[in-house]
Design a protein around this ligand. Structure first.
Ligand code: NCD
Length: 320
């Protein structure tokens, strides 16, 4: 049967990857180790190309994406899977078909893995309960974006050799950010200390319950951190004004060299993209080859997605 979890496989005993919340530190570590080995492989490695042969991966993106959808596609291809990429603009979703109708239609074609992005928190979880194969959450509303947190963690681990004990500042639009939620869960599970820095209007009211330290003053929040992770102002999720103007926002919360000077001297700069240069991050800082690992994050995205596809399909029996 497609999708029946194979109990004998203890490597990753989950049928779906819906969020970081459901994962243990040991499972995260195993995924990162696997991703690390993929990051070291040449991109045409023959053994890797056989792993998902005969498997079908469907990318179902109900929201726009550049990095995430292309890197899932590339990851699946590097593992030899057949890949179907579908985005809203070219599907019947535009004609009014509901999420579940679309998912069930595609499910009838027996994909082994569906990679799904949706603008509603919880939509991907709902879909996972209806389909036969595995589902990977590629970002649902403000809820979770697990592969982004994993690729961020892999980038940090490869640079600094560890996650445990690091001090990480996540700055900007925390309120609307699934990247922040997944990163907070992952980093705290792995023993890092997390600070969130944002104006009060961009902080969820009970954020401190996630085990983070909260700052509204960027200069205080950045003091002595190892990692500065910047987030985009998610204007498409805002109704009304959350910040007075983008110029004023940059003055108080944009990362420039003056504010960066408060972090550790070799602190790394991260951003999940897409960046709004001059709004949350100064262009020169973003491109600083000594400090910014933004391009490496994109590179690690492919390795992490290969690891996730590999780990989940090990749990599937049949359909070969
Ligand atoms: C993020 C997302 O879509 O959640 N981007 C990404 O996946 N690299 C962040 C964002 O949209 O700002």
């Amino acid at each position: 049967m497609i999708g029946s979890p194979n109990a004998a496989n203890a490597f990753f005993p989950h049928r779906h990857l819906l969020g970081i919340e459901a994962l243990s530190a040991a499972e995260i570590e195993r995924l990162l180790d696997l991703a690390d080995s993929y990051a070291n492989l040449p991109k045409d490695d023959e053994r890797a190309r056989k792993l998902l042969r005969g498997r079908t991966v469907m990318n179902l993106f109900f929201e726009t994406s550049t990095r995430t959808s292309t890197s899932f596609e590339l990851a699946a291809k590097r593992l030899g899977a057949d890949v179907i990429a579908m985005s809203v603009g070219t599907s019947s979703i535009k004609k009014g078909e509901t999420l579940l109708d679309t998912a069930m239609t595609l499910n009838a074609m027996k994909p082994d893995v569906m990679v799904v992005r949706h603008n509603e928190s919880g939509a991907v979880n709902l879909l996972s309960q209806k389909v036969d194969g595995s589902v990977i959450n590629a970002g649902d509303g403000r809820h979770e974006h697990p592969t982004q947190a994993l690729l961020d963690a892999l980038t940090i681990r490869r640079r600094l050799g560890k996650l445990n004990g690091l001090l990480v500042a996540i700055c900007g639009d925390i309120l609307h950010s699934r990247v922040a939620r997944s990163n907070i869960q992952l980093l705290t599970k792995m023993g890092a200390w997390v600070r969130v820095i944002a104006p009060l209007t961009l902080l969820p009211s009970n954020i401190d319950r996630m085990g983070v330290e909260v700052f509204t003053d960027m200069k205080k929040g950045l003091k002595d951190v190892d990692i500065v992770m910047m987030l985009r102002l998610q204007l498409e999720r805002m109704q009304g004004a959350y910040v007075p103007s983008t110029r004023e926002y940059f003055r108080f919360y944009g990362l420039d060299y003056a504010k960066l000077a408060l972090a550790k001297p070799d602190a790394l700069i991260m951003h999940p993209g897409p960046m709004n240069r001059g709004v949350e991050i100064d262009s020169e800082v973003a491109d600083d080859i000594n400090r910014s690992v933004i391009r490496e994050q994109v590179e690690m995205g492919v390795a992490v997605r290969m690891a996730c596809l590999d780990a989940l399909t090990r749990n599937l029996t049949g359909n070969q």
